[in-house]
Ligand binder design. Structure first.
Ligand code: SF4
Ligand code: SF4
Length: 103
């Protein structure tokens, strides 16, 4: 049996994300159940587990994340990464959301 690994091009995450397209539904499929919990949350896992930097916490946001839902890759990591189960997560409306290209 061959032990050779397939060739993986040396391409940065930013370059890979540049090839991903999004169809914006105009409304977020992501949300926060209870903003008060985010205010108390000191670890902000939603920001660290997201591969597309959808979740960000600004200094002046009281710890409540902003959500750039149009960049979502629909991987589900934020849903499971939040230790307080505080992420509202649904798929985007039919016909919208991420479009991956092959290659
Ligand atoms: S969504 Fe979850 S991980 Fe993110 S700030 Fe709120 S409580 Fe913390
Ligand atoms: S589903 Fe994945 S890409 Fe989308 S916001 Fe959550 S962690 Fe980020």
């Amino acid at each position: 049996m061959s032990t050779a690994h397939p060739h993986v091009p040396d391409v940065s995450t930013e370059d890979r994300l540049y090839t991903v397209k999004y169809r914006d539904s105009g409304e977020s499929h992501l949300g926060i159940e209870n903003a008060d919990i985010c205010t108390e949350c000191t670890t902000n896992e939603c920001t660290s587990v997201c591969p597309a930097a959808v979740w960000t916490v600004d200094d002046d946001s009281d710890g409540v994340p902003s959500i750039a839902y149009e960049n979502c890759l629909e991987c589900g990591s934020c849903r499971f990464g939040c230790p307080y189960d505080n992420v509202e997560w649904t798929y985007p409306k039919t016909g919208s959301g991420v479009v991956f290209k092959q290659g």
